[in-house]
Write a protein that binds this ligand. Sequence first.
Ligand SMILES: CC(C)(COP(=O)(O)OP(=O)(O)OC[C@H]1O[C@@H](n2cnc3c(N)ncnc32)[C@H](O)[C@@H]1OP(=O)(O)O)[C@@H](O)C(=O)NCCC(=O)NCCS
Length: 213
Amino acid sequence: MKNSIQLLIDRIIAGSEHLTLGINDEKGLEVGFMRPLTTDHLDQPELIQKLTDWRNQNMGNFLTHFLATPERTRNWMKNVLFKTPGQMLLMIYVNDQVVGHFGFKDLAKDDVLLDNAMRGDRLGHPKLMVFAGMALVEWLFRETGVQRIHAYVMADNVASIMMNKQIGFNGWSRHPLISVVKDNETQWKIGAEGTDSPDARYCFNLVLDRNSQ
Ligand SMILES: CC(C)(COP(=O)(O)OP(=O)(O)OC[C@H]1O[C@@H](n2cnc3c(N)ncnc32)[C@H](O)[C@@H]1OP(=O)(O)O)[C@@H](O)C(=O)NCCC(=O)NCCS
């Protein structure tokens, strides 16, 4: 039996329910909005091209390294993003122009992973991504029963670390990254806290508790 939040996610992805999250600055003024990717976007090649270009431009900051193509991005949307429970990617808009995205995955009873932050275009408020992250955190705590939200950040990704601090993440643990090459693609696996990375690369696991809000 699917729980009510998964039923809501399914309806949103299928386009039978609409979700728009306003992105507000610290004074409460709207500086943009977020809307989830839905099956309708499978027929929007321009958007798929943007997702593909942004992923390739920022490959080094993600745990899986591969050359994105529009076809691969579309397949990922159709077969992974829209089919894996507990996952959504929300596009970020400023003046109706799409400038980036932010999402979540691995939504479980107690926790969820905030994921896939991307500023593809610098248009809009300098703190747009921080405010977008806050809007998503607020929605997750309001709509789901999770007690905490996690995020993984490469230890050398200063912009993402600064952004996450401002979103409110406060628990930080350092984990080694271990590279695994499969079919010519590098995947970084996350090792146990406190152990060494054979590749001298590390990431932080960040935590944001409902009670610290
Ligand atoms: C992560 C990301 C979404 C953050 O977006 P953003 O908040 O618009 O990023 P900014 O460039 O404003 O940087 C955020 C902060 O880090 C600071 N910063 C960025 N690079 C820095 C550096 N090398 N040294 C010191 N500070 C740095 C910025 O000055 C800013 O600080 P401020 O808010 O106090 O002004 C964006 O950098 C991005 O799309 N990166 C590529 C994808 C990515 O890494 N995603 C995260 C995967 S975990």
